[in-house]
Design a protein around this ligand. Structure first.
Ligand code: SAH
Length: 384
C-alpha cells in the first residue's frame, strides 16, 4: 500500500470523496450504460448484463457479477459503484401501506410509499427534495425546496422498495405500478425523471409497461410538450380548480401557465400518444372551496374532448393548512355529476394515514433553500 492509499484507508471522510467521484451505475439507463461501457473499451451488451444484476437480482457488489470477467469486475470496482440511498426509517401502516424515509448523501431526507391494493401494488416516488411550486394545500410545498434528485436517487427508491418488499415474502407485495407523485415536481427535474422512467420501463430492469408508469405534474406546460415528444407513459395533471382565479391561489404555477394553455397542452399530449391513452386528472376536494356542483359542471366543460380519468382526492389535512376535507355528501354529489356526463371518476381512498403517508403529507426532512417555511410561521392572509 502506498502512502496515499494508506492515508485514505485511515481517513473515512476521504473514502467518501473517492466514492462520490465514481460513476453510480444505478442511475444510468440502457443508453447511458452502453456509452459507459464503450467509453471503457467494452462491448455494449455489458449494459443489459449489468442492468439485470443491479435491478432484477439486487446485486450491488461487482464481484458477484459472475458473467463479467474478473478483470472487468475489478475495473468496475475501481471506477464506479452501485450506491443506494440510506434507509433512515421504515414504517408499515395498519392498512399495509409501507413508507420509507430515505437519507441522501447531503443529509436531506425524502420519502417513498408503497400502496398495496387488491389488483396492484403502487410505489409513489419523489423527484425533488421539497418542492418549489408552493401549492397552498400541500405540506411538501410548505417545507420549501432544496434541490433536484439525481436519476440514481430517483431509481434508488424503486430498488430499495422492490428489494425490501421481496424480503417480506408475502403475496401481493410487489411493485406493479409506479407513480411520480411523491415530493417534488417531476417536470421541473426533466432529464433525471426521464432517465429514471426509462429504467423503470426497461425489460432488463423493472419491465413496467407504459400504462403502469405515471408522471404527475402541476402543469408545467412546455415540459409537458417535451415529455410527449420524449416518452410514452401515463400523464397525470393536478388540476384542483376550474377557473384561473381559484387555480392561481391553489396551484400558483397557474399564473405562469393558465388553464387554457394547460388544457391545450393536454390535448397536444393526447394527440402524440396512442389512441387508447387518456390523462389522469387529480382534483383535491376542499370543503367549500372547489367542491360545489357548479365546479363539477365547469369541470365537465373544461375537459370536453379530452379522454379523462378523474381522480377525486379527499383533502388530507395537516396542521395550519387552513383547509377542511369536503364532506362525504359533497364528494358523492360531485362524483355523480361527473359520472352522469360520462366521465370515468374515482374517489381515491386515503391510505397510510397512521404513518402520514397520504397524498400531500410526504415531508421528509429537508434544509429549505427557498426559506419559504418562514413565511408559514406567520398566519396566512384571511386565515385565523
Ligand atoms: N408536483 C406534482 C407531483 C406531486 S403529486 C403534481 O403536483 O402533480 C401529489 C398529488 O397529491 C398532487 O395531485 C397534489 O395536488 C396532491 N396533494 C397535495 N397535497 C394534498 C393534500 N393535503 N391532500 C390531498 N392531496 C394532496
Amino acid at each position: 500500500m502506498n502512502e496515499v492509499q494508506q492515508q485514505i484507508e485511515n481517513n473515512p471522510s476521504l473514502q467518501v470523496v473517492l466514492q462520490s467521484n465514481a460513476t453510480n451505475l444505478l442511475g444510468l439507463d440502457r443508453a447511458g450504460l452502453e456509452s459507459f461501457f464503450e467509453s471503457i473499451g467494452e462491448k455494449k451488451f455489458r449494459a443489459t448484463q449489468v442492468m439485470k444484476w443491479i435491478h432484477q437480482l439486487g446485486v450491488t457488489d461487482f464481484q458477484e457479477m459472475n458473467n463479467l470477467s474478473k478483470a472487468l469486475r475489478n475495473q468496475l470496482a475501481e471506477t464506479s459503484c452501485v450506491q443506494n440511498l440510506h434507509v433512515a426509517k421504515d414504517q408499515i401502516s395498519s392498512d399495509g401501506t409501507r413508507k420509507w424515509l430515505l437519507q441522501l448523501h447531503d443529509g436531506n431526507h425524502i420519502e417513498a410509499v408503497f400502496i398495496p391494493e387488491d389488483d396492484r401494488g403502487t410505489l409513489c416516488v419523489s423527484s425533488q427534495v421539497g418542492c418549489a411550486l408552493d401549492c397552498s394545500f400541500c405540506s411538501t410545498g410548505r417545507q420549501g425546496f432544496n434541490r433536484n434528485l439525481s436519476a440514481d436517487e430517483i431509481i434508488s427508491q424503486v430498488w430499495i422498495a422492490a428489494h425490501l418488499l421481496e424480503e417480506e415474502k408475502k403475496p401481493g407485495r410487489k411493485i406493479t405500478n409506479v407513480v411520480m407523485m411523491g415530493m417534488g415536481e417531476p417536470l421541473l427535474n426533466f432529464d433525471n425523471t426521464v432517465t429514471a422512467v426509462r429504467i423503470m420501463m426497461d425489460d432488463f430492469a423493472y419491465g413496467l409497461s407504459k400504462r403502469r408508469v405515471t408522471v404527475s405534474t402541476a402543469g408545467v406546460v412546455p415540459a409537458m410538450d417535451r415529455l410527449g415528444d420524449t416518452l410514452d407513459m401515463r400523464l397525470a395533471v393536478s388540476l384542483h380548480a376550474t377557473n384561473n382565479a381559484l387555480r392561481d391561489e391553489l396551484v400558483p404555477v397557474n399564473k405562469k401557465y393558465p388553464l387554457q394553455e394547460l388544457m391545450a397542452a393536454c390535448r397536444r399530449f393526447i394527440d402524440k400518444q396512442n389512441t387508447r391513452s387518456r390523462i389522469t386528472f387529480e382534483y383535491v376536494m376542499l370543503d367549500g372551496i372547489n367542491d360545489q356542483p357548479e365546479h363539477a359542471r365547469e369541470l365537465i366543460k373544461l375537459l370536453k374532448g379530452i379522454p379523462t380519468l378523474m381522480n377525486l382526492i379527499p383533502f388530507n389535512p395537516f396542521e395550519g393548512s387552513g383547509y377542511r376535507t369536503s364532506s362525504k355528501n359533497a364528494v358523492n354529489r360531485f362524483r355523480e355529476i361527473l359520472h352522469a356526463s360520462g366521465m370515468t371518476t374515482v374517489v381515491r381512498k386515503t391510505r397510510g394515514e397512521d404513518i402520514d403517508a397520504a397524498c400531500g403529507q410526504l415531508a421528509g426532512k429537508i434544509e429549505d433553500k427557498s426559506r419559504r417555511h418562514r413565511r408559514f410561521e406567520e398566519p396566512r392572509f384571511g386565515m385565523e
